[in-house]
Design a binder for this molecule. Structure first.
Ligand code: ADP
Ligand code: ASP
Ligand code: MG
Length: 417
């Protein structure tokens, strides 16, 4: 079986959905499982719905309406006949969403978040499956929540591999085109959970692992994995092949082309990962597999913006020792701050972190009781894998460097712009 993942950009409008059909015509669709994200920026639009819901804003109705209007336009562009059952099927999802919003009693933001954002994927896959049927490809629409079981850590749920493996290996039908949602799972009470933003790549890897798939292909709006994000680097080049190790490093440092959790399950079973262009599906793209060399061998640039540089020093000039460091890290973990770089001296400890959940103020109150805390918001973290002098120069030019760290293969530079 092959597992394909189509992300939001690939299904952002009717043209995109028609293009998925074209891609499948070119590369085959028998014995395939499609993992699909919400269309375009739907997850962001649903985040606005959640914000309006919690702020009890009068804008709630119109933010839901936005999401409806967007999907309805896609339906009108795809299906000439508004008697097609897809209209009712999509409508049913919206009725459920609105029912949830008017009846929910839980004040738990993360719980509400997952129940609401999940409609993005439920609706995109409903539309795609109906369109494939309309075009004569028989599909099996799978509710992923009956397959991927997780704990109840809403918005960043951990997969229960045993249960998930059982569900998938027993119940996914072979020899046909299966369509399912990326990003979602469910907990033991069957409430919807999500695997973290951009988590659909990971879903593809979970299915591939449990199905012993032949390969995973992630279809992108770029030719493959490049040595830099082409949005920010004019001369980015395609990497023809990279190892799992290299891909994990790139994803870990923030190359958003692959979600970092995707590689580990694939690497365990040596399932090859292809990253290809959904615009030119017959081009080779990037192949990620075991132990191969980076080809071509180039410095790879990764940019992470909106980082927070925190520097902690002891108030009384005492050393920052293992027990302090362990306490600091456990606090970062507790407040869900992701640490991207660490540097320490005898009496100070600097980290570059990402505060996705806006928890730093709360954490700072705790840290300030024990340490002198200095911080700079909005710094940029550049990582260069396989760096050389000219690569470093490219990054540093015209910027104020506030921290720099070098290891054998990797240079990291923190700048304020
Ligand atoms: P999806 O629709 O699958 O969610 P994303 O938009 O998340 O796709 O990922 C594709 C984008 O990743 C590209 O448009 C590109 O701007 C960005 N990107 C970041 N780093 C890289 C890289 N090293 N190589 C290719 N693309 C990259
Ligand atoms: N739709 C989700 C997101 O935008 C998951 C994904 O696209 O991978 O984060
Ligand atoms: Mg994405």
């Amino acid at each position: 079986m092959r597992v394909f993942k189509f992300g939001g950009a690939s299904v952002k409008d009717a043209e995109g959905i028609k293009n998925v059909y074209d891609v499948l015509q070119k590369v085959g669709y028998e014995d395939v499982l499609l993992v699909v994200s919400a269309m375009g920026k739907t997850t962001n639009a649903l985040e606005v719905v959640i914000k309006d819901y919690f702020e009890k804003s009068s804008a709630l109705k119109s933010s839901v309406q936005e999401v409806k209007k967007y999907h309805n336009q896609v339906l009108l562009d795809l299906f000439e006949d508004d008697k097609n059952p897809v209209f009712k099927a999509v409508q049913a999802h919206f009725v459920e969403l609105e029912y949830f919003l008017s009846h929910n009693k839980s004040p738990n933001y993360d719980f509400v978040y997952d129940q609401v954002v999940s409609y993005g994927e439920l609706i995109s896959t409903t539309i795609l499956a109906h369109f494939m049927n309309h075009m004569g490809i028989k599909t099996e629409w799978i509710d992923v929540r009956n397959f991927i079981k997780t704990d109840s850590n809403y918005r960043d749920a951990t997969v229960d591999w045993d249960l998930t493996h059982k569900n998938i290996s027993k119940n996914v039908k072979r020899k046909m085109l299966n369509i399912t949602q990326g990003f979602l799972g469910s907990n033991e009470n069957n409430f919807t959970t999500t695997l973290g933003r951009e988590g659909s790549d990971y879903t593809a890897a979970i299915f591939a692992y449990c199905l012993n798939a032949e390969s995973v292909t992630i279809w992108k709006d770029v030719p493959g994995v490049m040595n830099a994000d082409p949005r920010y680097f004019e001369n980015a080049s395609l990497l023809n092949q990279i190892s799992y190790r290299e891909a994990i490093e790139l994803a870990f440092y923030g190359a958003t082309v692959i979600h970092p959790k995707t590689l580990q399950p694939l690497q365990k079973k040596e399932i090859p990962l292809y990253v290809k262009s959904f615009i030119n599906p017959l081009l080779k793209g990037t192949s990620v597999s075991k132990g191969v060399n980076l080809e071509p061998y180039l410095p790879c640039f990764i940019v992470k913006r909106n980082q927070l540089l925190i520097s902690l020093s002891s108030i009384d000039f005492s050393f920052i020792m293992e027990e302090n460091i362990s306490e600091i890290f456990s606090l970062f973990h507790q407040f869900k701050l992701k640490v991207n770089l660490i540097q320490n001296t005898a009496i100070s400890f600097s980290v570059c972190v990402e505060d996705k959940f806006d928890n730093f103020n709360e954490l700072n109150a705790i840290l300030s009781k024990k340490f002198k805390v200095d911080y700079t918001p909005d710094v940029t973290l550049y990582t260069i894998r396989h760096f050389n002098d000219s690569a470093a120069q490219t990054v540093e030019q015209g910027k104020k460097v506030v921290l720099k760290q070098i290891s054998t293969e990797t240079m990291q530079i923190v700048t304020v712009e």
